[in-house]
Write a protein that binds this ligand. Structure first.
Ligand SMILES: Nc1ncnc2c1ncn2[C@@H]1O[C@H](COP(=O)(O)OS(=O)(=O)O)[C@@H](OP(=O)(O)O)[C@H]1O
Length: 367
């Protein structure tokens, strides 16, 4: 089957990575987790990625191919749009659905809740989700866009799942979308209401951020989540895209061509397909104010996470969520957050003291 010929102009555009981010293997210092029987992933050959449909059953599908790459997250960063754009490339397909959740659903190969030796955990069974159809045999690069990185929007894949992928699909590549933590947080239906309450409390002058909010925000420490995957996959298998860049219509075609170049699929002219914006503000219509956005993106803990990830990216500083938020806020100072109140704990008293303490006001209140 002849492949579509890319134009010289398109090839020149993808020659240098302009908008996508790559990790520098020399700077990644995450120790490799060995594949072991305990993880259900011995270092051996588990069979081919693709298998043919038997000739007599070949009505629609020619064969089935387990993914060549995964879009592993982060949720709420534009994964739906990215999957849709890539699907319109002549060689790419996400199979039966965008998110397969193959490694968390009991009817498939649930590796979330313990080891699993079900036949559904064979590469061949996973590949069944990704048919290559007779009428489009050129669509031979398959992908799954399940947000396996987790974060505040979902359960991260277990080590068993990552080990399964590494051992069964050793050539797998990984695409990761990242976004300003404050904006991603605001996009999450579960956090938006909490954040709105926090904004209201700032207006009242009470600058205490609920500890639950801080905890959830910490889930946007992208490097923490990525390191779990870096323990299994080499750094050169990852390509990162800033959601803010993908949102920019001018950058979008270049980003996609950089991604498909990385995947070995060649460039493509996407046309109308790039007008799609999936899940746009489905979660909330509350907009985070520039001041709160700066406060959140510049929280010391999240700044550390930003710097840790930045330090691994090729070509110098590329993430500037805190600085960018400050620029948009026109020099407005971020809110100085007070420490959340720590609950005052009473030590347990020995029995005789408890009796005495129970007789007074203090004791009645506390015991
Ligand atoms: N092309 C493009 N570039 C960047 N961002 C985009 C794009 N298309 C959609 N979006 C925004 O992505 C948010 C939805 O993300 P997901 O599709 O990953 O959500 S989900 O996890 O599948 O529910 C959602 O973000 P918010 O609007 O901030 O909620 C979408 O507006």
């Amino acid at each position: 089957m002849p492949r579509p010929r890319p134009s010289a102009l398109l090839l020149a555009a993808v020659a240098t990575a302009q908008h996508t981010l790559r990790l520098d293997p020399a700077r990644v210092r995450v120790p490799t987790t060995p594949l072991t029987a305990e993880l259900g992933a011995e270092p051996r050959d588990y069979g081919p990625r693709c298998h043919d449909e038997p000739k007599k059953r070949r009505l629609r599908a020619l064969r089935y191919c387990a993914p060549s790459f995964l879009i592993i997250g982060f949720g709420r960063c534009g994964t739906t749009s990215l999957a849709r754009y890539l699907r319109s490339h002549p060689r790419l397909t996400f199979g039966t659905r965008k998110e397969h959740f193959y490694f968390s659903r009991p009817e498939f190969c649930d590796l979330q809740h313990g080891p699993n030796t079900s036949p559904k955990c064979h590469v061949k069974a996973y590949a069944k989700q990704f048919p290559i159809y007779k009428d489009k045999p050129e669509k031979d690069i398959t992908f799954d866009a399940t947000p396996l990185l987790g974060g505040d929007m979902g359960v991260p894949a277990s080590d068993r799942t990552i080990a399964w992928l590494r051992s069964r699909l050793p050539e797998l590549k990984l695409v990761v979308l990242i976004k300003s933590p404050a904006d991603r947080f605001m996009s999450n239906p579960n956090s938006a209401a909490k954040l709105a309450r926090f904004q209201a409390s700032l207006r009242r002058g009470d600058n205490t951020m609920p500890s639950k909010l801080q905890e959830l925000l910490q889930e946007n420490c992208y490097i923490d989540k990525l390191e779990r995957w870096l323990a299994f996959f080499p750094a050169d298998r990852f390509i990162l895209i800033k959601s803010e860049d993908l949102r920019d219509e001018g950058k979008r075609p270049t980003i996609l061509n950089e991604v498909t170049e990385f995947l070995g699929a060649g460039p493509h002219v996407y046309g109308e397909a790039l007008n799609f914006l999936g899940n746009y503000r489905r979660a909330s219509n509350v907009t985070v104010s520039p001041r709160v956005r700066t406060t959140l993106n510049c929280l010391p803990r999240l700044r550390t996470c930003e710097a840790r990830l930045d330090a691994l990216i090729q070509g110098g500083t590329r993430l500037r969520w805190c600085d960018e938020a400050r620029r948009v806020a026109h020099g407005m100072r971020e809110t100085q957050l007070r420490r959340s109140r720590v609950p005052h704990m009473q030590p347990t008293l020995p029995p005789e003291k408890r009796e005495r303490a129970g007789s007074g006001w203090f004791g009645r209140r506390k015991l």
